[in-house]
Design a protein around this ligand. Sequence first.
Ligand SMILES: Cc1cc2nc3c(=O)[nH]c(=O)nc-3n(C[C@H](O)[C@H](O)[C@H](O)COP(=O)(O)OP(=O)(O)OC[C@H]3O[C@@H](n4cnc5c(N)ncnc54)[C@H](O)[C@@H]3O)c2cc1C
Length: 374
Amino acid sequence: MAHMDVIVLGGGTMGLAAAWELAKRGKRALVLEQFALVHDRGAHSGHTRIFRHAYAEGADYIPLVLRADHLWQDLEAQTRTKVLHRVGGLDMAAPGYGHARRARESATQHHLDFQWLTPADVRRTWPMIHIPDDWEAGFGAGAGFLDVEPALRALIQCAQHGGVELLAQTPATAWGASAHGVWVSAGGQRYEAEALIVTAGAWAGRMLQQLGLPLTIQRKVLWWFAVENPALYTPERFPVFITDSACGEIYGFPMYQDPGIKIANHAGGDTTDPDHVNRTVRDDEKQDVVSLTPWFFEGVTSHVLRSQTCLYARTPDGHFILDRHPEWPQVIIGAGFSGHGFKFTPAIGEHLVSLALDSTVQSHRLFRLDRLTR
Ligand SMILES: Cc1cc2nc3c(=O)[nH]c(=O)nc-3n(C[C@H](O)[C@H](O)[C@H](O)COP(=O)(O)OP(=O)(O)OC[C@H]3O[C@@H](n4cnc5c(N)ncnc54)[C@H](O)[C@@H]3O)c2cc1C
C-alpha cells in the first residue's frame, strides 16, 4: 500500500468525521475499523443523539457546537440526507439542580436563543409534560436530534468519494512512531503514514496504554417505553428533553421510527471492559428512569418495548481529550467523549485533522491532555 498522509485508528463516530475532513483536504488517508463501519458495540448504538447549543457542560463548547451545526448542514446538502431533526430541546431542573440554569448562563454568554420558561408555560405548550411548579425550564428552538446511522453513512459516503480508504473488520494491534512518521499493524499488514489519529472510543485506553489515560468505560442502557397515546409524542409535537433531579439526568426523544419513546439516564452506569460487555439488560435496571417518567409524562408507561447497551468513555472531569500525544506530536488523540460527543462530531473531525496537519494549531485548554495527567 502507498505511504499515507494520515492513518485513523478507529472508524467509529469521530474517526469517520476525521475521514470526511481528510477527504475534503485531498489527503491520502486510511481508516482502520475493528468491526463493521457503523455497529452497536461502541458508543454510537441506539439510533438517535440529542443536539443542543445552550450547553450546561460549559460555554466553551458553544463555538464547537456552532461549527458542528454548520458542518451537519453541509453534510446534509452534500449527501441529500436528513441528519438533524430540529424538534426543539427542553432543559428542566428540579429545585437545587443546575442543568437548566447552567444552559441558560452559557446561552447568555454567547447570545444564543434560549427561552426561559415558567412551568406553566411548559405545560401550556406541551400539555403532556407534568412539570411541577417549583422546577426551572429553558427551551432551545434550534435543538433536536441527530439520526446516527444516516449521519455516519453520509460521512462514509463523503470520505470514500474523496478517496479515503476505509477498512472494516481490521483491528489495529500495535502502532509506533519515529522521527520519520508512524506505523500501524492491522489485519496482518503494516501501514505507514506521516501522522496518526487515534479515535478508538472505549478502546482508546488500550491503544494508548503507555499514557495511562484516566478513562472509565461505562455500560449504559437505553430504553424504549410504550406510550398510551403515541400521537402526543411525535416529533411534530414533542421536543427532546433533559431533566436534572434526584432521579438522575434523565433525557429522551420524541417517538421516531421505533415504537415507543426512547429515554435514558446520563448519570451512573456500571464500569465495564469494552471486550466483555454484558449486553443482557435486566428489567430492574430501568428503576432510575421509571422513578421519573410515568408521573412526569402523560401516558408514558414503564413497559419496556426494547432496550440496548452502549458505552461511555468518561474522563474524570467529563471533558473531551483532543490533543497531541506528549511524546509524538504527529500522533493525535480524540478520546474521552464522556457521553456527550456526538453533536460535535464533524467539528471534532475537523479539529483532529487540523492538529495532525498544522503544527501551529493548539487545542482549547479544556480539551488538553495535560489537565488530566499533570
Ligand atoms: C447511550 C449513549 C447516549 C448518548 N447520547 C448522546 C447524545 O444525546 N448527544 C451527544 O452529543 N452524544 C451522546 N452520546 C455520546 C456519543 O455517542 C459519543 O461521544 C460518540 O459516539 C463517541 O465517538 P467515538 O468515535 O469516541 O466512539 P465510537 O463511535 O465507539 O468509535 C470508536 C471506534 O474505534 C474502533 N476501534 C477501537 N479500537 C480499535 C482497534 N484497535 N482497531 C480498529 N478499530 C478500533 C471501535 O470499534 C469503534 O468503532 C451518547 C453515547 C451513548 C453511549
